[in-house]
Ligand binder design. Structure first.
Ligand SMILES: NC(=O)c1ccc[n+]([C@@H]2O[C@H](COP(=O)([O-])OP(=O)(O)OC[C@H]3O[C@@H](n4cnc5c(N)ncnc54)[C@H](OP(=O)(O)O)[C@@H]3O)[C@@H](O)[C@H]2O)c1
Length: 264
């Protein structure tokens, strides 16, 4: 399917691994030009930059100045922005709400919510000047399924989904579509990194991290398809929402969770 994203200028946050990296891969496959922000590069992102128009920007997006610096780089390099993918976010497994400090809450909101606020605020003047521009926010099913194990992250994602709608209400009439993608568990370093959620689930279930991801998580979370989502599947949905093919979709929040959410 032709997505009509050739030569579009895209800013992707959290672009070096996982879903962000898959979004970059998908965008360059479509011929888009990408400005990719994360604290560090990875060999995979560097390999894409060696072959395609990908500008790798080392930036800490949890800081007040990081998002603006990323947008500035994009404008310096390309003079415009057509697409913003607010992807960066992170959670830490919590034992109890009672053990989550103010500092913990602020850290999670800083990266998962305020990075999207700040990047959107910096990019919107350029998106408004572009033709057919859009924002895609990578939220989570935890926005509507708040788990105690990620109490702070769930609240930050609920805030992001709310922001998604408010930005669509204000800016869709001015030509910028704003949509969210809400994944269930996705096979990325978020789960697979040492000490991540796969290890925590494996320890609780007395099994390996691989078995936890392939069997325990789908079963215990009621994932109807019987498997977690792959990063390229989230990227494909993101690219579709960014494409003019989705030209009258705005303010939407599309769940990709293998049927984990059971309600309408
Ligand atoms: N994986 C899932 O199961 C899942 C499910 C639902 C929603 N999501 C959401 O999808 C998004 C991507 O998740 P993922 O699973 O792909 O995560 P991931 O594999 O942990 O990758 C996170 C990316 O963000 C970057 N990053 C982290 N902290 C940063 C910072 N302070 N400044 C700049 N970049 C930073 C990382 O690179 P550096 O470390 O080099 O900075 C990396 O490129 C997140 O918003 C997450 O909440 C994930």
């Amino acid at each position: 399917m032709e997505l009509h994203l050739k030569d579009k200028v895209a800013v992707v946050t959290g672009a070096s691994k996982g879903i962000g990296l898959s979004v970059v891969e998908g965008l360059v496959r479509e011929g888009a030009r990408v400005v990719a922000g994360s604290r560090t590069a990875t060999p995979e992102l560097d390999a894409l930059a060696a072959k395609h128009d990908v500008t790798v920007v080392p930036v800490d997006l949890s800081t007040p100045e990081g998002p603006e610096a990323l947008v500035r780089k994009a404008v310096e390099r390309h003079g415009r922005i057509d697409l913003l993918v607010n992807n960066v976010g992170a959670a830490e497994p919590r034992e109890s709400f009672l053990k989550v400090s103010d500092e913990d809450w602020l850290k999670v909101f800083g990266l998962t919510f305020f990075s999207a606020v700040r990047t959107s605020r910096a990019a919107l003047p350029y998106l408004l000047a572009a033709e057919g521009a859009s924002i895609v926010n990578i939220s989570s099913i935890n926005a509507r399924l708040p788990f105690p194990m990620v109490v702070d992250y769930s609240a930050a994602k609920a805030a992001l989904t709310s922001l998604n709608k408010a930005l669509s209400e204000e800016f869709a009439p001015q030509g910028v579509r704003v949509n969210a993608v809400s994944p269930g568990p996705v096979r990325t370093p978020f789960w697979t990194a040492p000490g991540g959620f796969a290890d925590a689930t494996a320890a609780a279930a007395g099994t390996t991290a691989q078995e936890a991801l392939d069997v325990v998580v789908p079963q215990s979370m009621g994932i109807s398809s019987g498997r977690i989502t792959e990063p390229h599947e989230v990227a494909d949905l993101t690219l579709f929402l960014a494409s003019p093919l989705a030209g009258n979709i705005t303010g939407a929040d599309i769940v990709i969770d293998g049927g984990q959410i059971k309600t309408l």
